[in-house]
Ligand binder design. Structure first.
Ligand SMILES: [Zn+2]
Length: 257
């Protein structure tokens, strides 16, 4: 497939004015969404995974929007913009932390805990068409868990989202981007697909249970954001992945300490 046509899954965390890699300012977010509305085709994650499963290419210039952790500012700053522009999105929830803050164990020291949405807010957004997936129950590094604990994290989070929202929770997102063959196999038992934090555009043969994404932090400059769907963009994103590997860093910016 031509590089210009390959789908991109974007990862956002917090839409707020701080300077950490996890934060994109509300003003920049609006600018980015308006650019996507004009220049891309924003599709649901389910549509992209169905296309991969059917070996049929997603529409040209496809983008999927994902938000990790369910921060409260998604409700205040992101959802109104998505609703105004009619853009679909998936938010991944660590279910036991809803209504609390992101102070799960293993949080890197440079991350200041932020409040998460509560279930009432999540329900309200479900009515507006936002999709919710699982980001586990307690946001652990799944690769360190015993099999029974791993199953708990996968089953209980899915069950709680589905019973509280009355909608299927089809997709999973690995906390800290940490997964291995064992976790992937268990995730496959319960979900239709899963997002990783490995940087990349979505190739035609991408693994639906370890989907690469592009962190919004990497492309916060208008130059890189607007290079989306070019070979230059694909090379840049691959380079970010290789640099992390070369430094011996885990994939994704949000690595467990
Ligand atoms: Zn997370």
């Amino acid at each position: 497939m031509d590089a210009a046509l390959k789908p991109v899954i974007l990862t956002y965390h917090s839409i707020s004015g701080g300077r950490s890699p996890l934060e994109i300012s509300p003003a920049l977010f609006v600018e980015q969404m308006e650019w996507l509305k004009a220049h891309a085709r924003v599709i649901p994650l389910a549509s992209l995974v169905s296309a991969l499963a059917a070996c049929s290419p997603a529409p040209p210039r496809s983008v999927v929007l994902t938000f990790d952790d369910g921060f409260r500012d998604f409700h205040a700053a992101a959802a109104p913009v998505l609703s105004r522009l009619g853009l679909p999105a998936t938010v991944f929830l660590p279910t036991s932390f809803l209504g609390r803050s992101s102070d799960w164990p293993g949080q890197p020291s440079w991350v200041a805990p932020q409040p998460l949405m509560d279930w009432a807010q999540v329900r309200e957004l479900t009515e507006q068409g936002i999709a919710f997936g699982s980001h586990s129950v307690t946001h652990p590094d799944l690769t360190t868990l015993a099999a029974a604990d791993l199953d708990q994290e996968l089953e209980r989070s899915k069950g709680e989202i589905e019973s509280r929202l009355g909608r299927p929770a089809e997709f999973f997102c690995y906390p800290y981007g940490r997964w291995n063959n064992a976790t992937r196999q268990r995730v496959k038992q319960h979900y239709a697909g899963a997002c990783s934090t490995g940087a990349g555009v979505v190739q035609a043969d991408a693994d639906p249970f370890a989907l690469p994404r592009v962190d919004a932090h990497y492309i916060r400059s208008a130059f890189w954001f607007r290079s989306m769907f070019t070979r230059r963009f694909e090379a840049y994103v691959s380079a970010r992945r290789l640099i992390r590997r070369w430094r011996g860093q885990p994939e994704g910016i949000y690595s467990r300490v």
